[in-house]
Structure formats: C-alpha cells, structure tokens
Write a protein that binds this ligand. Structure first.
Ligand code: ATP
Length: 595
C-alpha cells in the first residue's frame, strides 16, 4: 500500500501549526486585516437593524405615523445594502492576494521537492506529495479566505450582539447566554477529535492519488495482464476506507452542529416565552422584545457557523502540518561545505577510495550494499562495471553524481573529493544516463539539451543525436522540435534510450556514467552507437554498467562487482580467462564477444 506517514498526529496545537503560514501571509497582511475590518463593520451594520426595528415598533408603528414608518423602512434598506456591499468588498479584497499566497506556497513546495535528495523521494509515495501540492494548498487558501476572517468577525459580532442584548434586558440576555458553557466545552472536544480524523482523511486522499497515478502510468501493464478488475477492486477498497473516514468527519460535524444550533435555539425560545409574558405584564416594551429577538436571530448565523469554521480550521491546520513535513525535510546542500579540502591527491581520473554504502531505509541488520569499494578509472579510460543482478552496480554509479551520499570512504574526480564540489560544479563535470530513460513532456531538443543547459546549441544537439544514433528524430513530424508525450511514452524504449544517451553526451562531460544505456537496442543499432561512442569515450573518463559482452567491449577495462566489493579488474579477455564468476556472467553470449 503506497502509504507515507512522515509523522503521526502528535499532540500539537492547531494555532501553532497555522502560525507557520505567517511568512506567506505577511506580504498580504494589510489586505487581510483591511478585509477583516470591513467584514466586522458589515456584521455590526447588520446588528444596527434590530435597533432601528425597536425604534420603528415603539415609535412610528405605535404612534401610527406612516411617514416615520417609511423613513424607518428606507433606513433598513440602506443598512441592508451597506452590509451587502461591505461583504462584497471583503471578498474582492482577499481573492487576488490569496490566489497569490497559494501560488507562492505551491512554487516553494515544487522548488523544495527538486532539491530534496533521492533518498527522500525513494521514501515518499508520489501521491502523498501530489496531494500536498494540490488538495492541501486549496484547503489552506480556503481557510485564509473564509474561516480565518470569519472566526474573528463572528467572535466580535457575537460579543457586540451579547452586549446589546444584555443592555436591552439583563434577564433575557442571561437566558440566551445560558448555553455558552456547554457549547464551548463541546467545541473543545470536537476540535480534539476532528483533528485526528481530518489528518487521516488527508493521508488516505494521498494514498488514493498514488493509486490513480500508478494506474494511469502503468496502464500498459494493467491492460497487458488484464488487471483492470483487481486494480479497480484495490481502488474501491481504498476509496471505501476514505469514505468511512469522511463519514466519521461528517458525523462529528453533524454532532457539533446539532449542539451549537439546538442549545441556542432552545434558549431563544425560552427568552421569547419569558419576554412575551413580560410584555403582557407591561414590564417590557414590545419594541424592546422585537429588538432583542432580532438581535438574537442576527447572531444565529455567527453561532451556527462556528462548527464548520472550526472544522475547516482543523483541516487547514493538518494540511499545514502535511505541507511543513515536506518543507522541513533537509534539502541537498547546493554549495560545498566550507573548509572541505578540495584537493586530496594528485591522482587524475575517477577514484573510489574504500567506498561503503547502505540505503538509509534498509532494514536494521541488513548488510551494506557496497563495502570497501576501491577502484581507479584513469583519465580518458572507460571502465565497464559487471556484476550479478542486485550486486549494487546502479547504486555505485548513483554515488558519483551524489544522487546518494557514500556512508564511508570517498570518491574523487581528478584528485578532488566530490563532496568538496558544489552540486552545480559536480554535475557540470559528470553526465549520467540510466537504463530506464526518463524523458519529459517537452520537445526532443529540450530533452536532449537538458544535458548542457545554456551551453549547447543546434550543432551540439546534432552531434549528440548522431553519437546516440538517434537519426529517427529527423523523421519525426517536427524533427527535434517534436513534443514527446508524458515520460516519452510516444517513443519506443530504444528511441528513448538513445535520446537519454544523447542527453548524457551533449555537454561533452569530462566524466560519463552510463547505467546499461544500450540494453533496449537491437544488435545493429547497438554496434553503430558503440562505434560513435568510442570517439566520445576517447576524451572522457567513463564508468559503464554492462550486462552484454558487446557493451563490455566498449570499455578499456572491466571491474567485477561481487558481494558489494570489486573482486577483479582487468580486460574482458583476462577476466574471462581467470574469473569463473565473470565467465559465468558473460556465458551464453561468448560467441558474440569473440567475434
Ligand atoms: N532505494 C533503495 N532502498 C533500499 N535498498 C535498495 C534501494 N535501491 C536498491 N536497493 C537494494 O540494493 C541492492 C543493489 O541494487 P542495485 O540496483 O544497485 O543492483 P544492480 O546491480 O544495479 O542490479 P541490476 O543489474 O538488476 O540492475 C539490491 O539488493 C536492492 O534491493
């Protein structure tokens, strides 16, 4: 199940979580405060209406003065209009800045994701990241636009309304205030329970996103193996779980809304009966009772809405937590650590010095993938890396561009420790091509030139395409400007591999790391690519993971990786002759090799 739980819902305050939004809200704070002030004024204007009603009932209505009634009606109309206009103004004030806050947070999240190490992405399910960048940020925008303002506005409105009611009649005011304590206690309990359920629903939403993403990206496998039904069942199961959590949320919300609505309504009913008796006794004017009840009714929405405003705030708090879990993850440092000795030896070429590595998420007690790897690839030399499947070849190649950090030992490029180079410096020197070629939704040219941003032009592009034997590009509808589909799926596996290879060589890197980059090519194309690659490799120090003798023969020497260590280094023929494991790995294709 693609679940990522970076943190459980710990004891934490929603307010503390929401305060972390301040850096984003700061630039638009003036607008937000103005909008909140406008909303408070609008709400208070609404509270003036009952006072006008009181004047109307006790004055012109009781005195049968039609002109006074018309005047009062006109005043009520103007107050209603002013209230509506002010609420409209509030909306206008917040809409644009809050869209900006959401966009800024999304941009920061994306930028941060790009800078997080590969180990982080190995650990986190993509749907969890996707849901943080979409659904969670939408929740936050809605919170800033609505509950944040209205919790304040409604609080002030309720306070002013209660003061007005108490001023009109103390006894009736106390009757209406009666349910305040049970309502507040219910709200506190609701907050605690809702926080956990809201977090669960957001995490389950992330899991669902992961399943949808995998199903769409893996549609060929799903169809090829006729797995629609089992995929649909798995999806239905997850969505049923999410539905259960959403229902639990709805039940909690329904309960708190029931409490918040019922208790005050009962209190208003009691005040109505008591007030009517006192009007009949002549101890209260009809106008005061009308004004009192109108004020109490005007407070209904501010009180009734507290339930869902609190629910939205809780969801925003958990969304903020989820967002911050990613933002708090330590990114790769872009610059070299200060004080690191750059030159550790005068040795040229690419050298592994006693390198050890274990994956951060490997089970405790599992042996390291690499142990004391010592290997020297001389300048201009190409070294093939051969080993059984799962022996750690891909892992070793990933250490050179620092996609993972060595856990012991060090790697040097021309005598310079790679940790002493900034990422930019390192990646300008080292180019990589992986067995699984990833292309982006962009043109062929953009995909290839990604290997040398800002440095290479049309001539370099042509040269790289020619080295990778990617002439098929000229036959595409718009040549190198043809857009390749999502992940390059509109191209064949071999075509994608050749574009990935072109991307690796386009910047004429000093160090080239190729992870079995020719595996999807037919023998004729592979031979043509190898011939062209030999020219490139002549001036480059290269480490090439190879499974086939034809790829091994590209290299000057071969290193055998076995049980996490380099157990032999020599030419293909030497190893074939002296090492049974190597001969075994190459067996079955020996004839091809000796041709
Ligand atoms: N992200 C990861 N987290 C934990 N272990 C991993 C991770 N990636 C790979 N491994 C483990 O590391 C070991 C070496 O994997 P690696 O991909 O480097 O082998 P390989 O020699 O390239 O295999 P192949 O020839 O099949 O491509 C394997 O046992 C694998 O299960």
């Amino acid at each position: 199940m693609p679940t990522t739980r970076a943190a459980t819902t710990r004891d934490r305050s929603a307010v503390r979580s929401l305060l972390r939004l301040w850096p984003y809200v700061r630039p638009v704070r003036a607008r937000l405060f103005t909008a909140a002030f406008v909303a408070i004024v609008a709400s208070c204007v609404g509270l003036v209406i009952p006072l006008v009603l009181k004047w109307l009932v006790d004055g012109p209505v009781a005195g049968r003065d039609p002109a006074g009634v018309w005047l009062g009606a006109l005043f009520l109309l103007l107050l209603g209009l002013a209230e509506a206009l002010l609420f409209g103004l509030r909306r206008w004030l917040v809409a644009r800045p809050l869209a900006g806050v959401e966009a800024a947070m999304r941009a920061d999240l994306y930028r941060h994701l790009q800078r997080l190490p590969v180990a982080f992405h190995d650990r986190w399910a993509s749907g969890q990241l996707l849901s943080r960048g979409t659904a969670d940020l939408m929740l936050l925008r809605m919170f800033l636009a609505f509950p944040l303002t209205f919790l304040l506005v409604n609080g002030v409105t309720i306070l002013v309304g209660v003061i007005i009611m108490l001023g009109q009649d103390l006894t009736l005011g106390l009757v209406v205030l009666g349910p305040a304590v049970p309502v507040i206690v219910s709200c506190v309990v609701f907050e605690q329970r809702y926080a956990g359920v809201a977090r669960r629903a957001q995490d389950q939403g992330g899991d669902l996103t992961t399943v949808v993403e995998e199903g769409v990206l893996g549609i060929r496998v799903v169809k090829g193996f006729g797995r629609h039904r089992s995929q649909a069942l798995a999806f239905r199961e997850l969505s049923r779980t999410l539905r259960g959590t959403e229902l639990r949320k709805a039940r909690l919300l329904a309960t708190i809304t029931g409490v918040i609505v019922t208790l005050p309504e009962v209190a208003i009913g009691a005040a109505l009966v008591l007030g009517a008796v006192r009007v009949a006794d002549g101890r209260l004017s009809a106008g005061t009772l009308v004004a009192f009840l109108s004020t109490a009714l005007a407070l209904r929405w501010p009180v009734d809405s507290i339930g869902f405003l609190l629910a939205m705030s809780q969801e925003a708090a958990t969304a903020t937590e989820r967002y911050c879990e990613v933002m708090d993850a330590e990114p790769e440092t872009a610059t070299a650590p200060a004080g690191t000795a750059r030159e550790v030896s005068a040795e040229r070429g690419l050298r592994f010095h006693g390198v050890g590595f274990r994956y951060p998420d490997a089970p405790a007690g599992a042996p390291p993938v690499l142990r004391h790897v010592d290997l020297h690839i001389r300048p201009g030399e190409s070294m093939a890396l051969v080993g059984a499947t799962g022996s750690g070849k891909t892992t070793l190649t990933a250490l050179v561009p620092r996609l993972h950090e060595v856990t012991s030992g060090r790697i040097t490029l021309d005598g310079v420790d790679i940790t002493a180079l900034s990422r930019r410096e390192l990646r300008a020197q080292v180019a990589v091509a992986f067995e699984e070629p990833t292309l982006f939704s962009a043109s062929v040219a953009e995909n290839v030139l990604m290997g040398a941003p800002g440095e290479a032009g049309a001539a370099e592009l042509e040269r790289a395409l020619s080295v990778a034997q990617a002439d098929f590009v000229h036959g595409l509808p718009q040549g190198a400007d043809t857009q390749v589909g999502e992940q390059g799926l509109s191209l064949s596996g071999g075509q994608r591999q050749r574009l990935a290879l072109a991307r690796a060589v386009v910047g004429r890197p000093r160090f080239l790391v190729l992870d079995d980059p020719l595996s999807a090519l037919d023998v004729h194309t592979e031979a043509a690519v190898e011939a062209a690659l030999r020219e490139v490799l002549a001036g480059t120090t290269a480490l090439i993971v190879a499974h086939r003798p034809s790829t091994v023969l590209l290299a000057d020497r071969v290193a055998l990786l076995s049980d996490g260590r380099i157990t032999a280094v020599g030419t293909h023929h030497e190893l074939l002759r002296d090492h049974a494991e190597y001969a075994h790995l190459m067996s079955g294709t020996k004839r091809e090799a000796s041709r």
